[in-house]
Design a protein. Structure first.
Length: 217
């Protein structure tokens, strides 16, 4: 089901008749909130809420147990509800282009997550639990305000693409060299002065963008 523009305003009234829905796209509307009955869409697998005015997600998002894709790009979100970690089948989470300042501490319990995009937000740090996302292959946290990465970042042994550009990183964790599956790394425009010795232990690395280092103020 695809709703755009003014059509999105009618979603509250339609929820009761959409219980068999598997795909829902609401885009380019003035929608600021989602109906609390959203959790009744138990068969929903793909939810795309791109380019709206959402300031928050309802706790009922955690009831969408069959959800595989959640795309909430280009909204006004400042955080994610704790209930989002109850989505056992979620493989793709795109929260880019919002104003998110912090993430749930338990984000690492999203055991099926493979693609996580948090770029263009206002994150100061990532929760340590992110390092428990054992199936993660793509992580994009570019265009934030990160100063440090979790010490156990090297636990992400399935990670193939890591985008860290345009942050405030001054050092990388010693465990960085344990990212044995890493193929592409973007580190440009940070405050790095040195790389950890373990950086040389990345046998599969094919592309590394490290230039454009920020100068300290």
């Amino acid at each position: 089901m695809y709703l755009k523009g003014g059509e999105g305003k009618d979603i509250d009234a339609r929820i009761e008749t959409l219980v068999n829905l598997e795909n829902l796209t609401i885009t380019h509307t003035s929608l600021k909130t989602l109906p609390p009955d959203l959790g009744k869409l138990r068969k929903l697998q793909h939810l795309h809420l791109v380019s709206n005015r959402l300031a928050s997600l309802p706790p009922a998002i955690g009831d969408l147990l069959n959800l595989v894709t959640l795309d909430i790009r280009f909204n006004a979100l400042v955080g994610l509800p704790e209930e989002i970690v109850r989505l056992p089948n979620l493989t793709t989470l795109d929260c880019s282009h919002n104003a998110i300042m912090a993430l749930p501490d338990t984000l690492g319990t999203l055991n099926s997550l493979e693609h996580l995009d948090l770029s263009f937000n206002a994150l100061l740090a990532l929760p340590e639990s992110v390092t428990r996302l054992s199936r993660l292959t793509k992580l994009n946290v570019s265009k934030n305000q990160l100063q440090l990465l979790p010490a156990a970042t090297g636990n992400l042994t399935q990670l193939m693409v890591l985008r860290l550009n345009d942050n405030l990183l001054e050092v990388l964790p010693d465990s960085f060299g344990e990212l044995v599956s890493l193929r592409r790394l973007e580190l440009s425009i940070n405050r790095l002065e040195t790389l950890p010795e373990s950086f040389g232990n990345l046998p599969g690395l094919m592309q590394a963008l490290i230039g454009g280092i920020q100068q300290r103020q």
